[in-house]
Design a protein around this ligand. Sequence first.
Ligand code: ATP
Ligand code: MG
Length: 382
Amino acid sequence: MRELLMVRYGEIYLKGLNRPYFLKALVNRVKEAAKPFGGKVWLHDARVFISDMNDTQSCLERVCKVFGVHSVCPAIEMEKDDIDAIGKMAAEMMKDVSGTFKVESRRADKRYPLTSPQLNAKIGECVLQANEDHLKVDVHAPQHVLSVEIRDQAYLYCKVYPAVGGMPVGTGGKAALLLSGGIDSPVAGYMIAKRGVQLVAVHYHSFPYTSEFAKQKVLDLAKILSEYCCGLKVYVVPFTEIQMEIHEKCPEDYTTLIMRRYMMRIAEKIAEKEGSLALITGESVGQVASQTMEALASTNSVVSMPVFRPLIGFDKIDIIDYAQKIGTYETSSLPYEDCCTVFTPKHPATKPKAEKIKEGEDKLDQDTLIQTAVDNAEIVIL
Ligand code: ATP
Ligand code: MG
């Protein structure tokens, strides 16, 4: 008999011949998550198991954040042939709870001599006998459920912790996330990473117009994301020179849009360097002047990589809910300026004209500006 964590995976179940590839990635991600807690991790019998943790609760919370994991239960593993011992253990597990309960048995091993209803009755009786003064059976709406799974061994558990779901990071390729200090882009990154994509983050920093605090805020957000993303490499790109040039030489109402076009071009260069095949942004139609359909088409047109915007149809209020759920909202709400807010024009163009953009951009030494920014990026690994 031993205590362990039993990890269920979700969508990987639906995979056919590729399933071993996804499972291998999932086990590796769970191993990384359990490592700080000394946990041993293995795949067996359609479940991932973790044993020997030095801090079970913290390990459980960490593993619940691994993409690909559907749920985690602290379980007792026992020999399945000794039904009396199982009944005794079940009674012991329920001794500190009161109210109504039921036993829910499942047999992966269909040759097991007792059927699920027989198991329920037998184990339920053991639980009741030992805990009569504080427990009653209610099979329809019980307050507590004691689950018993008969697999290669028997597994008993009372609590199922829902995890994040999604697909294991690394199984969906690589993409570059344009990460600001705002609410939207961390959520966009989370959504794409959740589908198994390994992210690299690109942040534009306009020192001294944006402060060290603003940069630290972004790194703090990246740190929160890195827990889900199995680590995160962040490029902090110096953006002041480009912004100054745009401010001096381009029509004022076009400065934001031209700046956004530069962000896309630089991100694409970094993405290529990193083997990423797509760009991710936190844009949503109509949210600000640079996110009208015309402006989005214009920023999109300067890159040839696909640009994915998982929040494109989301209302701000729904994005805020999501940010709260994943734990980035509080940090995103800290009041430090972003490079987008430096030199903001009074009336940004919402229906930009291609000729006017060209007129402005022709005055800039695009290749040098971009190469200098990429070459001088600071790389932070979280
Ligand atoms: P967010 O909450 O993500 O900052 P926003 O509503 O403030 O979004 P914008 O400032 O127009 O919108 O930015 C749109 C997108 O451009 C962001 O979601 C992000 O992907 C990218 N972006 C904006 N500023 C930066 C920055 N300083 N560094 C990297 N990417 C940025
Ligand atoms: Mg922003």
